[in-house]
Design a protein. Structure first.
Length: 154
């Protein structure tokens, strides 16, 4: 049974559904209210851990969405996702979307790594950018672009 067939195809579909659900719930939280901030961070951690597993790994042996599309014969779609994630997140920085999301996930969610004041400042800056509705490549834009690529026929 090949990679793009059952049960892996079903697992990819389920994980994408879960990612979209977590993102939708995250989007509903009013972060301007102090009592909602812990819930937002909890959901963001859950969302980003799954996003990292689905999209941010680059190895050929990883069960990423991109590798699923490559195994399915849709390498163009996989490459579009990788190209987008490897594009610059900020005009003023050389960091890619992948690097920023992986930095937050690895340093603050998936691992218990030692962090410096600089790391904390960077993470706060990145989180502020991701939540800002008035900048390019915020979390809304990232999710919309990836969803458009996935839904495209090519």
């Amino acid at each position: 049974m090949s990679l793009y067939q059952r049960p892996f195809a079903e697992q990819v579909a389920f994980n994408l559904e879960q990612l979209n659900y977590r993102y939708a719930r995250l989007s509903e939280i009013d972060t301007t209210r102090k009592e909602n901030q812990k819930e937002y961070l909890m959901l963001f951690d859950s969302f980003l851990a799954l996003f990292r597993a689905l999209f941010l790994e680059k190895g050929a042996k990883q069960y990423s969405v991109q590798n699923y599309y490559r195994a399915k014969g849709e390498g163009d779609k996989a490459q579009k996702i990788d190209d987008f994630l490897d594009s610059k997140i900020f005009l003023w920085s050389d960091k890619s979307i992948r690097e920023v999301l992986k930095f937050i996930a690895d340093k603050f969610i998936c691992h218990v790594d030692p962090i410096s004041n600089d790391d904390l400042g960077l993470a706060n800056s990145y989180m502020s950018h991701l939540g800002n509705p008035y900048v390019d490549n915020n979390l809304v834009c990232i999710m919309c672009t990836i969803s458009e690529i996935i839904k495209s026929n090519k």
